[in-house]
Design a protein around this ligand. Sequence first.
Ligand code: NAG
Length: 146
Amino acid sequence: MITFFVVAVACLVSVLPTATYADVCSYVSARDCSAYGVKPVCGTNGVTYDNHCKLATAYCQNHQIQKAHEGACGSVGSATTTKPVNGGQIALDIFCADLADITCPAGGSRVCGSDHKYYENLCTFDKARCANRSLHLGSGCMKRSY
Ligand SMILES: *[C@@H]1O[C@H](CO)[C@@H](O)[C@H](O)[C@H]1NC(C)=O
């Protein structure tokens, strides 16, 4: 009985994410989106996605894709006046929800944020964007600061 428990725990631990991710899209693209259930969302490309995860994955392949509205495209009562939401923000939502499980690689190319601070790489920059959604890539970085 105890042996069974130990084996079960060992299996559970082995499926937890241990990989490092370069950025939001490398994380999102590694997701099993079927785990996010079926909550249809309409893309600005006219495609209905099963959930935000699938729309975010599509965005990561084609950055033109935005969320048009919740619900299937052309569904009754779909809010045509809703302002489209950038697919990058949807992808960031998924990344930020799992922040504690995400390990950023060490090193890489540092990037400059709109807060004029350097970040070690895109992954650490994306983690900072979870705390400040106004943050974007910028210029004029003066001092090294992670
Ligand atoms: C969030 O980012 C914006 C844009 O770079 C910046 O102006 C602002 O100071 C940041 N806010 C915080 C709390 O760091």
